[in-house]
Design a protein around this ligand. Sequence first.
Ligand SMILES: *Cc1c(COP(=O)(O)O)cnc(C)c1O
Length: 380
Amino acid sequence: MHAGREKLSDLGVHAPPIDLSTTYPFSDLGAAVESLEALASGKGSVANPIYSRLLNPTVARFEEAFAQLEGTEAAVSFASGMAAMTACLLAARNEGKSHIVGVRPIYSSTDKLLTSGYLGFDATWTTADGIADAIRPETALVLIETPVNPTIELQDIAAAAKAAGNVPLCVDSTFASPVLQQPASLGAELVMHSGTKFLGGHSDVLAGVVACSEEWAERLREVRIFTGAILHPLSGYLLHRGLATLPLRVLRSQENAQVLAERLEAHPSVSRVFYPAVEGCDPNQLLERQMAGPGPMLSFEVEGGFDAANRLMQNLQLITPAVSLGSVDTLIQHPAGLTQRFVSEETRASGGVSEGLLRVSVGIEHPDDLWDDLRTSLES
Ligand SMILES: *Cc1c(COP(=O)(O)O)cnc(C)c1O
């Protein structure tokens, strides 16, 4: 609520100003050179921002607040979650290493980014148990995601950090938000989020952010300056505002998700519910060890595959069929047809993504309204 809002009273305002300047006037060339050199080597705070691709004060306020939420020294934001992921990979390669160990399943664009070879990385895909064996001398980064999209399985963060040894661990923590888990406290060096989801929370901001040590932040800022995938100041303002209500939104959505998971489980047209609190979904008891709750994301399988899933979504009146997640309103989508489209059929199948699977990002509406909509649609 209060982080990143320091010195507002000194400015005579209550809401943080949105600074849209692209350039910042200087009065002394020597001081300007000093600021520019500090920024180019990744420093996050200088006397003069010089140029807004290097630093923006509105965005910096959001980053400061976000770092406090994740319990890290710093945070660096980007134009999208994928820009943040790309920056993590490039910052890790600074040491001349270009091998990545990734645990599947993982967000499908991240999977595609690495398998495509766009960035020149060599990726080894493995399971959580295979991390230690997959590591080579030239491994730059170990990459995991938890909870996993779209089956909401949990990965053991502390065990992954241990298996990674000296290789840094990057955790995509988008589905949990910092309200439900803080991977840095479990050994992750880089905690990456798509800010587009819970942090923005209203389906109107595209963003990414990485929480980390100041040392990593300097590398990430350098990558950001020279690749240019910066966050727009208006988005920085909206994300910062979003943080003020983040716990309320996440916890209310989670309460609703618990109600829906229970009712879906008891419904005869639903063959399976994927939700960490549902029996059998969290075999290693990670929910208690690393999360403050099962979260707002759930998936379920209907009998009748693609056509049944399509009909169910067409009959909904309140819940919106759309990709993305983490919004105040409830969204539903079909992973096999949409969000998992960028990975091969085998990868989809081994990740438990069937044609009857639907993923729900539960919002903050009244739970009875949500259930009425789902039940009516299931029954028709
Ligand atoms: C959405 C998402 C991303 C990518 O973020 P964008 O903001 O869409 O670029 C990465 N990881 C996860 C888990 C996501 O849900």
